[in-house]
Ligand binder design. Structure first.
Ligand SMILES: *Cc1c(COP(=O)(O)O)cnc(C)c1O
Length: 405
């Protein structure tokens, strides 16, 4: 038992468990996995090496692991309605790197959404390997709407002729128009890749349109709205399957994390249940109700609201930076992250916004009824950010709500 073998780490894990339980966890990329997912993650499958794919391994003893991985693959294919699934990428960033390795040569042109506009590092941002080793061109959102303008994306695509176009991102509060992106990609003969890391659970639950049939290659993490273990998947049509499999292994990775694969299979099973559809829709209802309550309190939301699980708040009019606001909210029991907003005039390490999401609190059982309460606490914590006692009083109220669930 961990408690005897390593009391220090055991105590820290317990402390983290208490910390998570006592707070409103609203980091948009996080969630609370089920006991079943946790159990699979902590299983003896962590002992196994299984380089290769089911039926084609480089080590012996795959009688069980092959079945585990095949189940994960079959469940991913069934849930998302795709022809092929690779469940081995170690996380979202390596999954995207596999796309580059599969379909691009160094120096080739790739197009993605700029990081400060809501894109991801791996969509060609300058500090990422994808921005250093490839010719990355980046689209933005419109300044007046906070939303991607597909006419601008098309003009950039026609001018730059990227081989691969990424859609999706980390701070996009609005529905991604997969058919429109597909039309642009088709027009220039580019490969459209939909990175649905944030919204995979919403897609699985029918609360966001699916990219299937529009993007031949789809990358996703498994640990955000999909509510699985840390990991990733690449979903493709039959045509792109082989290139992706070769890129993941042996192109980029060694042995897959079989304990994670098992936990992904468990999460996919959970996500295929009718209750998960309700969960996905409740995430969106909660986010929209919270957005409405924040707007009522005079908060300025990028794009004016949300269609999904995510809210991006521009705090400029509240005369506070994102960082001190996030810190005050954490003390007040509301955990989220400071975030750049489009056309941010402040530095990336001290930006103007905060980002929050409702996947975690919806898993905890919160409903639209409680969202105005949260908006009220956020408002108070930001107004009283210098007053530690005031913040502690809010944290106590948050704790009471969570304890009563
Ligand atoms: C989270 C995320 C990733 C990266 O996932 P990691 O598991 O953190 O490597 C990639 N793309 C998008 C759009 C993301 O939101």
């Amino acid at each position: 038992m961990l408690r005897e073998a390593d009391p220090e780490i055991a105590a820290l894990i317990q402390a983290e468990e208490r910390r998570q339980a006592s707070k409103l966890r609203m980091i948009a990329s996080e969630n609370d996995v089920s006991q079943a997912v946790l159990e699979a993650t902590g299983s003896v499958l962590t002992n196994k090496y299984s380089e290769g794919y089911p039926g084609k391994r480089y080590y012996e003893g795959q009688q069980v692991v092959d079945q585990v991985e095949q189940l994960a693959i079959d469940r991913a294919k069934a849930l998302f309605g795709v022809e092929h699934a690779n469940v081995q990428p170690l996380s979202g960033a390596p999954a995207n790197l596999a796309v580059y390795l599969a379909f691009l040569q160094p120096g080739d042109t790739v197009m993605g959404m700029a990081l400060p506009m809501g894109g991801h590092l791996t969509h060609g941002w300058s500090v990422s390997a994808t921005g250093k080793w490839f010719n990355a061109v980046q689209y933005e959102v419109r300044k007046d709407t906070g939303v991607v303008d597909l006419d601008e994306v098309r003009a950039l695509a026609l001018a730059e002729r990227p081989k691969v176009i990424f859609c999706g991102g980390t701070a996009i509060p609005r529905t991604i128009d997969f058919p429109a992106f597909a039309e642009i990609a088709n027009e220039i003969g580019a490969l459209l890749v939909a990175d649905i890391a944030h919204i995979a659970g919403l897609v699985a639950g029918g609360a966001h349109p699916s990219p299937v049939g529009h993007a031949p290659v789809i990358t996703t993490t498994t640990h955000k709205t999909l509510r699985g273990p840390r990991g990733a998947m690449i979903l493709t049509d039959a045509e792109h399957a082989k290139a992706i499999d070769r890129a993941v292994f042996p192109g980029l990775q060694g042995g897959p994390h079989d304990h994670t694969t098992a936990a992904i299979a468990v999460a996919l099973h959970e996500a295929s249940q009718p209750e998960f559809r309700e969960y996905a829709h409740m995430i969106v209802r909660n986010a929209q109700t919270l957005a409405g309550a924040l707007l009522e309190r005079g908060f300025d939301l990028v794009s004016g609201g949300t269609d999904n699980h995510l809210i991006l708040v521009d705090l400029t009019s509240k005369l506070i930076g994102g960082k001190p606001a996030a810190r005050a909210l954490d003390r007040a029991g509301i955990e989220l992250n400071y975030n750049a907003v489009p056309f941010d005039t402040r530095k990336p390490f001290d930006p103007s916004g905060i980002r929050l999401g409702t996947a975690g609190v919806t898993t905890r059982g919160l409903t639209p009824e409680q969202m105005p309460l949260i908006a009220g606490w956020i408002d108070r914590a930001i107004a009283e950010h210098d007053d530690e006692q005031a913040l502690d009083r809010i944290a106590a109220e948050v704790g009471e709500l969570l304890a009563a669930l």
